[in-house]
Design a protein around this ligand. Structure first.
Ligand SMILES: O=c1[nH]cnc2c1ncn2[C@@H]1O[C@H](CO)[C@@H](O)[C@H]1O
Ligand SMILES: [Zn+2]
Length: 482
């Protein structure tokens, strides 16, 4: 009979909900008030899309709706909500063009325009080959007559954002080429030693503003330099991180801190990986308080796959923790896809992206059994051409299975997103189930600390600090203020 059918149906739906990430959390009375508020606004957004699919922002390119995000009440609440940690971000990709443009107003910066734009701090015209003339940026601004135009031209090189992404980025090749150019352009500016130290301090400041209390940054550890051309080895870059972190946590004692994952390019040979790992061991010895582990980066489809470096990676795995990018691909059954097998077999503590994971049922089980964190970066995956309509992002599968997801933002500066709140917003409204609520958001925030590289005591303290600020957020919450 129908009532029996309906109670069976209700039970099935409820049981399944309990399997989703956060589905087992019980909300307090106060949390329920917050939940009712955020869900009221979430339903408005989702249901509007359901009846007007063509206006559902999340099915279009991120660039087409990014400017509207700030008006979303769901976004505004998420921004104010304590979110724990950001565990997957890359050194030079965090602060975007507005920040970078300010740097171009500093003294001693030279520029040379060829096919690209080359920038370098120096006390004399740089001795770097360029098919143009090296000139002081300040001098060009003094003499060019139209600073606005000059700045607009410069700014274009500091961002992937365009008005017509479908034409500019027809495939992963175009988006990644532009993405790589971004790093090539900004690296010589950011690796000027005084800038590097200040930059990471400012990164932490921006994260704190987004209610993040702890960060793990991946860095290629580029060589820093001085105005006279002196260059330092990568250990100095790591020490510059430590310096910035120490200064920041002194200025903002409520902030937990930051750690470093050494993450150099994967497009190298075995000898180079051997050298990378040697440096990783030195870092572990010399800057133990900030060193978390090792990763390899770069467009994964272009290689090299992890299997190529097996002897080196196996030899170091007892000493170094791995946090590999793996499965950041649409190509099922390829060597990129197979990186997931190797990352897991090599004992990775977390996986970067793991985008291809749902196609591997046994690996899904391994992730659960070994409690491997999945670092998901939804906006990155859209901008870098893995998925357009985020309702098709595999994050919804991870969430449905209650897998240990942590949300992060990869390179928010490169696509002019805020440090992390927009990623939470897109994941919560565009990817997660319509009915996933504050419990999921709380679970995601908790996961970010649980799966961090903080050690026992520090992790417990961080979770305590998080609980205090979460309760404070809930206590002071006023739906009418949004
Ligand atoms: O999502 C990603 N997948 C792989 N590599 C990345 C991603 N984001 C940034 N980088 C890599 O990190 C370096 C800067 O630290 C960049 O050169 C880029 O290759
Ligand atoms: Zn990444």
């Amino acid at each position: 009979d129908l009532s029996e059918y309906k109670s069976k149906r209700d039970k099935l739906i409820q049981d399944e909900y309990r399997l989703t990430l956060g589905g087992n959390i019980n909300l307090t009375e106060k949390e329920t008030i917050v939940n009712n508020c955020i869900m009221k606004y979430k339903f408005l957004e989702v249901d509007y899309g359901f009846t007007n699919p063509k206006y559902f922002n999340f099915s279009h390119h991120y660039f087409s709706y990014k400017e509207k995000i700030r008006y979303s009440k769901v976004y505004q609440i998420i921004k104010d909500m304590p979110k724990g940690a950001a565990l997957h971000v890359h050194d030079m990709g965090i602060l975007g063009p507005d920040y970078l443009m300010n740097i171009t107003y500093m003294d001693n910066l030279y520029v040379c325009f060829d096919r690209n734009v080359n920038l370098k701090f120096s006390n004399k015209p740089p001795n770097i080959p360029c098919d143009g003339e090296w000139q002081l940026v300040s001098k060009i601004r003094d003499t060019c007559g139209n600073i606005t135009k000059f700045d607009a031209k410069l700014r274009k090189h500091f961002s992937l954002v365009v008005e017509n992404p479908d034409i500019v980025y027809p495939s992963i090749t175009e988006s990644w080429n532009t993405f790589m150019n971004y790093f090539v352009t900004v690296a010589p500016m950011l690796t000027y030693r005084p800038i590097w130290e200040q930059y990471f301090y400012d990164v932490l400041y921006k994260f704190r503003e987004n209610n993040i209390m702890y960060v793990e940054v991946r860095s290629i550890l580029p060589k820093l330099y001085e105005l006279d051309g002196t260059e330092y080895d990568p250990l100095i870059t790591a020490k510059a991180y430590r310096k910035a972190i120490t200064r920041f946590t002194k200025d903002y004692p409520d902030f937990v801190g930051a750690k470093l994952i050494y993450a150099p390019s994967r497009q190298v040979d075995n000898v180079t990986v051997e050298e990378y790992l040697k440096l990783a061991k030195i870092l572990k010895k010399d800057v133990p308080e900030i060193f978390a582990g090792f990763d390899l980066v770069g467009q994964e489809d272009l290689g090299s796959p992890l299997i190529e470096f097996l002897p080196q990676l196996v030899a170091a795995r007892d000493e170094i923790n791995y946090f590999f990018h793996a499965g950041e691909t649409d190509w099922y059954g390829t060597s990129t896809d197979d990186n997931l097998f190797d990352a897991i077999l090599l004992g990775a503590k977390r996986l970067g992206h793991a985008y291809a994971l749902p196609k591997h049922p046994l690996l899904m089980k391994e992730v659960i059994n070994n409690d491997i964190g999945l670092e998901v970066n939804v906006i990155s995956n859209t901008v870098l051409s893995l998925v357009r309509d985020v309702r098709n992002h595999p994050l919804n599968i991870f969430l449905a299975h209650g897998l240990p997801v942590v949300l992060s933002s990869d390179d928010p500066g490169a696509w002019e997103a805020d440090p992390i709140s927009e990623d939470y917003y897109v994941a919560f409204v565009g990817v997660a189930s319509r009915v996933s609520d504050l419990r999921m958001l709380k679970a995601l925030a908790m996961n970010s600390l649980k799966y961090s590289a903080l050690d026992g005591n520090n992790k417990a303290n961080a979770i305590k600090k998080f609980t205090v600020s979460w309760n404070d957020f809930v206590e002071k919450f006023n739906c009418a203020s949004y």
